[in-house]
Every structure is written in structure tokens, then in C-alpha cells.
Ligand binder design. Structure first.
Ligand code: AMP
Length: 304
């Protein structure tokens, strides 16, 4: 059974110190699916407007994505524009136009309702809630969000947490959501509200996994060529969930391995603009990078 992914299917205009891309494929669901389909089939649910270049999503269907849950509505597609600062770690949102997203009511096709793995990409928490009302009994519900929703719809988001197993946010979002500067305490605050697991993404500095009994940290891949960080977080989620769905096991070891696959897919996302790097990415390249992560972090334990 494929992974159900609901989120934004966007057009992005992005400026980084390395160049510009205008109205290119973006959105949380798009990045997630581009990464996750390297491991497992994905069923996408979202909405686009009449201006969306839907043919450009064909590469996802070719990789095993089911796009039948993407509605075409009259109006403008979700549009996001951002500009990155020189260090590429921070960015300014220049514009967010919800377009057809403003009236979007996700309808989960019958065939997707029995999904074991559900990824709620970054959209209004009420919509994320509506998705969960329509699925049978998923084993894993992972959820992403961003400052836009934490600021605007905090109450709805906190209520949603009760229904979420894994919250995936970046460090700034975790602190903002919990209103707590210490990340360990922020993760605990979040876990006390529902999710048994919190994954905190830290851009080029990697990511942390917080569960009941243990924490686990994975570095970011040291890249020399980095073009566009947009979507790295969703690609991380795609690698993470894609791995779990592929192995079908949810124990502590596989969760850790999922963190590494997440970090690997995030690192590929930033090597090119939009989802372009995922179009040519080969399985051997993914595996090679996983091996490199192992080499980078293995140190043989304490001295004797
Ligand atoms: P990330 O870099 O992982 O935060 O993901 C950026 C992607 O999220 C871009 O492709 C945007 O189109 C999309 N995005 C930006 N703002 C929002 C929002 N408020 N709701 C949903 N998606 C968004």
C-alpha cells in the first residue's frame, strides 16, 4: 500500500546567491513525493490551479506516484516566493499566495483510505485534520508544519498534535511551537501533546530524533555545491517515511536508519533548483551517500 501524502503543490520563485528560478515546481507534497518515490509508491492529494504545468509532474508518475488525488480547480495555483541569505541557512518569504488552496477541501479517494503511512505536509492544520477524518487506521501519521501556521493557527495545530505520531519540524519551528528556547525541552513539550516521536531538522547541521527513551542525531551531509535549500525539509521527510514504508518495520533501529535516509534525501534536494535533482538521482548514489554517513560518524567508541 502506498504512502498517502497531502500537502501543497506549488509554484515557487526562488532566489539564492547562486541564481534564480521563476515559477518552478514546488510545494511540500511535491518535494516529499519526489524523494519518497525513490523508496516506495506515494499517493498524492492536493490542488492546483489552471496555470499549473501538470505535465511537469509526469516524472513522479513514472516513478510510481499516483496523482489521481490532485484536483484541478479554477484559479491560481499556490505560489510562494523566497530569497535566501548568503549563508543559505535563512530566508525571507517574499510572497505567499494561497490561490486555489484557500478553498481547498481535501477529498481522499477511496483507494487511498487504507494507507498505513500518512504524511501531512505543510498546509493549514484544519485541512490536515480533515485528512485524518477520512483515513481508516493508519499506523504512522507524520506531520510537518511551518512558522506561517504556528503563528496564524496555533490552537488548531496544537489540537491536531493529539492525532499525530511523528511531528517533523525545523529547530526554529519547534522552539516557536513550544514557546521554549531549549530544543530538548521543546521536543518534550511537543511529545506531551501527542506525538511519540519528534524529528527536528536543523538544515545543514542535520537532524535530531526524540522518542520516549532515546535521542538520536544525524549530521547534514557536507556539500560543497549547494544551490537551493527549498524543500530540503520535505525531501528529508520523504526519505524518512519512504524508508520506513519500504522496510515496513518501525523499531528504534529502523527509525535511526530512516533519519540517515532523510538526511541523504535532504542533501540531494539542495544540489539543484526545485525538484530537479530527483529526476536524475540513481539508487546507487543514495546508497553510496548512506555509506558515507556511516564513515563520517563511526569512531570506534571510547579509548581503552
Ligand atoms: P521547505 O523549504 O521544506 O520549508 O519547503 C518549502 C516549500 O513549501 C516550497 O516549495 C513552498 O511552495 C512550500 N510552502 C511555503 N509556504 C507554505 C505554506 N504556508 N503552506 C504550504 N506550503 C508552503
Amino acid at each position: 500500500m502506498s504512502i498517502l501524502c497531502v500537502g501543497s503543490v506549488a509554484l515557487d520563485s526562488v532566489e539564492t546567491p547562486y541564481g534564480k528560478a521563476e515559477r518552478v515546481l514546488g510545494g511540500s507534497a511535491t518535494f516529499f513525493t519526489a524523494a519518497a518515490t525513490h523508496f516506495h509508491p506515494v499517493s498524492m492529494v492536493g490542488v492546483v490551479g489552471g496555470d499549473y504545468p501538470v505535465d511537469e509532474l509526469d516524472f513522479l508518475s513514472e516513478r510510481g506516484a499516483d496523482l489521481s488525488g490532485i484536483e484541478r480547480a479554477e484559479g491560481e495555483s499556490f505560489f510562494w516566493a523566497g530569497r535566501y541569505h548568503d549563508d543559505l541557512n535563512s530566508r525571507d518569504t517574499l510572497e505567499t499566495r494561497l490561490g486555489v488552496f484557500a478553498d481547498f477541501e481535501p477529498k481522499i479517494p477511496e483507494a487511498f483510505r487504507a494507507s498505513r503511512f500518512v504524511f501531512l505536509g505543510n498546509i493549514h492544520p484544519d485541512l490536515q485534520n480533515q485528512v485524518l477524518d477520512q483515513v481508516d487506521a493508519p499506523e504512522v501519521v507524520a506531520c510537518d508544519t511551518m512558522n506561517y501556521w504556528i503563528e496564524g493557527t496555533r490552537k488548531e495545530l496544537v489540537a491536531l498534535l493529539e492525532r499525530v505520531d511523528i511531528l517533523m519540524v525545523n529547530d526554529e519551528e519547534a522552539r516557536q511551537l513550544a514557546d521554549e528556547p531549549n530544543l530538548i525541552k521543546a521536543a518534550r513539550w511537543i511529545r506531551e501533546r501527542g506525538p511519540s516521536t519528534v524529528v527536528v531538522k536543523k538544515g545543514e547541521h542535520g537532524a535530531a530524533l526524540f522518542t520516549d527513551d532515546r535521542s538520536f542525531f544525524v549530521p547534514g551531509y557536507p556539500l560543497e555545491r549547494l544551490f537551493d535549500p527549498t524543500g530540503a525539509g520535505d525531501a528529508f521527510a520523504g526519505g524518512f517515511m519512504g524508508h520506513l514504508a519500504y522496510v515496513g518495520v518501525l523499531d528504534a533501529d529502523e527509525m535511526r536508519r530512516a533519519m540517515v535516509y532523510g538526511s541523504v534525501m535532504g542533501s540531494f534536494a539542495v544540489e539543484d533548483f526545485s525538484v530537479d535533482r530527483f529526476k536524475t538521482l540513481r539508487t546507487e548514489e543514495i546508497t553510496e551517500r548512506v555509506h558515507e554517513f556511516r564513515e563520517m560518524t563511526e569512531f570506534g567508541g571510547a579509548r581503552r
